[in-house]
Design a binder for this molecule. Structure first.
Ligand code: SF4
Ligand code: SF4
Length: 376
């Protein structure tokens, strides 16, 4: 277990055991249970134009292959087809994008043609504080990621949105951002900086994604690690680690009633699927003792704090104030009232009655503040 005083340092992950890797696309030809694979070997080609292909996070053997999922077990020295490094120096535009995608890097979604690309290094929400560690330990890799962005979007203006303690990565326009949560979530940063009417997560890149682009470009090798915060400590960990193995490795033993949260404190989602693999989009894993949650939603107190906290000034109380067992009947109305909802969860955090307002917002079709697909 790491010491408490080094929580800003990115740590290497101890030896992995197994991984469960989700993908949307087709498995690599010839892959089947029992087949040995090398670290970085292609496992699946993604059919999503912005998601990187799936690469083996470590050497091992294919334990099982199911539609959309590959399970691996770690076997030291197992060899399949080790990938050769690729030189990205002379690649530009679509060719560069395709090569990065094949190395496993997710591609940034471009902003509309006349809008700048934003790099946001503000902490998006409590629990997701890896930015500072990446800026202190991995700055050359972030700077290489910035160069990749410039090549992917030639001529496009890039702005850096930074808290006051971080220095810029390049020669871009810098916005010193002092807002607090929820205006620190990517879609709301973009809305505020560019004066947009609605939350917009396309065209904004966080340090973790920048790190991934820079890491693939520096080594020319497939991405196998993801920056992730686990119980407040920051790691570069193999992607796909099973949640139960992650908890074991950091000596966290969940008890029957404990809750595992993937993501930050506001928009993170509880999961009970501990066989599931860790993904870059999870950003963080936290175990919360049930007795610390004391989650007991009560009747609405008509205090209006949910509406006061809402960065979009939405009339959520019109629905949130109704009895919870009737919410499902009001979803069509909620969809209209909450159009433009940023899915930030600020209403839920503000509610003294602990009513699950983020769930209500998501059920009503809220957008995702990180631009993720709202998949289970
Ligand atoms: S999640 Fe809640 S606070 Fe955030 S925009 Fe939607 S209604 Fe407003
Ligand atoms: S914050 Fe909670 S208790 Fe207060 S009005 Fe909103 S839903 Fe009701």
């Amino acid at each position: 277990m790491p010491r408490r005083d080094d929580h800003k340092v990115l740590k290497a992950w101890p030896t992995p055991t197994g991984a469960s890797l989700a993908f949307v696309g087709r498995p690599a030809p010839g892959l089947k249970p029992g087949r040995g694979v090398s670290r970085g070997q292609l496992l699946a080609v993604s059919k999503d134009p912005f998601s990187g292909d799936l690469r083996a996070p470590f050497s091992g053997s294919v334990a099982s292959l199911a539609p959309g999922r590959i399970d691996l077990v770690h076997v030291e020295g197992m060899s399949g087809s080790p990938p050769a490094p690729v030189d990205l120096t002379d690649l530009f535009g679509p060719e560069l994008a395709q090569t990065l995608k094949s190395l496993g890097a997710d591609l940034p979604k471009p902003p509309p043609a006349d809008e700048p690309l934003l790099i946001s290094a503000v902490v998006p929400e409590p629990g997701l504080e890896i930015t500072e560690a990446l800026f202190s330990d991995q700055k050359p890799t972030l700077q290489r990621g910035l160069k990749i962005l410039q090549k992917l979007f030639p001529g496009r203006k890039i702005m850096e949105v930074l808290p006051k303690n971080l220095s810029p990565l390049g020669e871009n326009e810098v916005i010193r951002y002092k807002e607090t949560f929820p205006l620190t979530l990517p879609s709301l940063v973009r809305r505020r900086v560019l004066g947009l009417a609605k939350p917009e997560a396309d065209g904004i890149v966080g340090p973790a994604q920048l790190w991934a682009l820079g890491s693939a470009a520096r080594s020319g090798l497939p991405l196998t690690l993801i920056p992730i915060t686990i119980q407040g400590f920051h790691y570069l960990a193999p992607q796909g680690l099973k949640l139960k193995n992650v908890l074991d490795a950091v000596n966290l033993k969940p008890m029957a009633d404990d809750v595992v949260i993937l993501g930050g404190q506001a928009t993170g989602r509880p999961t009970a699927r501990l066989e599931r693999g860790l993904r870059a989009s999870d950003q963080a894993l936290t175990l919360i003792r049930r007795d610390k949650v004391a989650y007991q939603p009560g009747p609405c107190r008509l205090c209006g704090l949910c509406e006061k906290a809402c960065p979009m000034n939405l009339p959520i109380r019109a629905i949130s104030g109704k009895p919870m067992d009737s919410w499902h009947m009001h979803l069509p109305e909620a969809e209209k009232l909450l159009a433009g909802c940023a899915g930030c969860g600020a209403c839920a955090l503000a509610c003294p009655a602990q009513r699950p307002l983020l769930l209500l917002a998501l059920a009503a079709g809220a957008s995702d503040p990180y631009g993720r697909r709202l998949a289970p």
